[in-house]
Write a protein that binds this ligand. Structure first.
Ligand code: SF4
Length: 369
């Protein structure tokens, strides 16, 4: 079976107010040293991994903020070290660092799909979020990307003052630019962020009910433009679902390389530590110590499958779960499924959360596992 490959780039132009991802602004020297370290890890991992790679996803952080030529070096290392039959190669980008020359480099590197962090069509909201771009820059970058790649646009929901009209405008913009895929995440307040500090000082964010209204409005606006929800936060045109991310939701194998990445091969899961400087130091000596490794039992693998697959509109493929985990689905979950049947679509071979319960998926999943 082929696996996906994720590479993490932990650099950004500046730190957004809500962000707790492993990312930071850095000078070009550090970025170059990190790319060298990541190539060392690519060489190390590829010597241990025997399968093929069929999807690649370079995320962050902001992969497009690497100095000229560094992204191509990374991609070159992937293709020369791993046995690749890549059907989808996604690279994330942010508008302030994506122009024609970056598109050239992505194209030369084999990228087929660009995921662009637009977040909002409203400049006031972009400033509130601390984004490094305005909507004009997002439009320019989106047009450049759409001319050469499958384009996915990211948006945030649940923002102060956000209106249904803005969500409609985002869907119309995506349609007009020719995007193939949309991701739309509800803002979460993460500990230690600038946003958490503001909330502590009295900032009020939209409550759950308002977030649900905004979410429903966006699902409808996206559908009207041909973007159909296939996962709680992801929407695609026909044939344009993200194959790499589907691997996570269906418990397929993937390697994760770079700081804060994680991977799963068979029943083994591992986590890479988040310290960029330590990663660079260790990688120079080809020392890759994974912060944590765990072995999934059949039952924990099945629970994880249920947890991720229930976010998909297609839900759990029962035969696939049983094949991948060895667990008898009906024996483990049958009783609890009955109790939750009002919220679920249950057939012999699939179980899915009814669309109207998508936003309370986490509560349903917690009852089930
Ligand atoms: S661009 Fe993305 S990864 Fe970078 S700071 Fe902003 S939210 Fe975080």
């Amino acid at each position: 079976m082929s696996a996906g490959l994720y590479l993490h780039i932990p650099f950004c132009a500046s730190k957004c107010a809500y962000c707790d991802f492993c990312s930071r602004p850095s000078g070009d020297d550090v970025k170059r040293a990190y790319v060298r370290a990541l190539i060392n890890e690519i060489e190390y991992m590829s010597s241990k991994f025997e399968g093929k790679i069929d999807t690649v996803y370079v995320g962050g952080g902001t992969p497009s903020c690497l100095p000229r030529g560094e992204f191509a070096r990374l991609a070159g290392a992937v293709f020369s070290c791993f046995d690749c039959e890549v059907s989808e190669f996604t690279a994330e980008a942010n508008p302030e660092s994506f122009d024609e020359s970056k598109a050239d480099e992505y194209e030369r590197s084999g990228v087929t799909r660009v995921s662009l962090g637009v977040q909002s069509t409203d400049d006031g909201i972009l400033r509130f979020l601390g984004r490094a771009h305005d909507f004009e820059a997002a439009k320019r970058a989106a047009h450049i990307a759409a001319a050469r790649f499958d384009l996915s646009l990211d948006q945030m929901l649940g923002l102060p003052g956000q209106t249904e009209a803005q969500l409609e405008e985002f869907a119309a913009f995506a349609d007009c630019v020719g995007a193939a895929h949309l991701s739309s995440y509800i803002l979460k307040v993460e500990d230690g962020t600038e946003l958490a500090r503001r909330v502590k000082e009295g900032l009020v964010l939209p409550d759950d009910e308002r977030c649900a209204d905004l979410y429903d409005a966006f699902v409808a606006a996206a559908a009207k433009r041909g973007y159909l929800r296939y996962e709680t936060s992801n929407f695609a045109r026909e044939g344009k679902r993200c194959r790499h991310n589907l691997k996570y939701w269906r418990m397929d194998d993937y390697l994760g390389l770079g700081v804060s990445a994680h991977g799963k091969i068979g029943s083994k899961r591992y986590f890479v530590a988040s310290d960029v400087d330590a990663y660079i130091r260790r990688a120079e000596k080809v020392e890759f110590v994974y912060e944590r490794e765990e072995l999934l039992t059949p039952e924990s693998a099945a629970d994880e499958y249920v947890m991720t697959a229930l976010r998909l509109d297609d839900g759990i493929d029962v035969a696939d779960l049983e094949r991948k985990t060895g667990v008898d689905f009906a024996a483990r979950y049958g009783g609890r499924l009955k109790k939750l049947s009002a919220c679920l679509d249950i057939s012999q071979d699939r179980v899915a959360i009814k669309p109207e319960y998508a936003l309370v998926a986490n509560a349903i999943i917690a009852e089930l596992i």
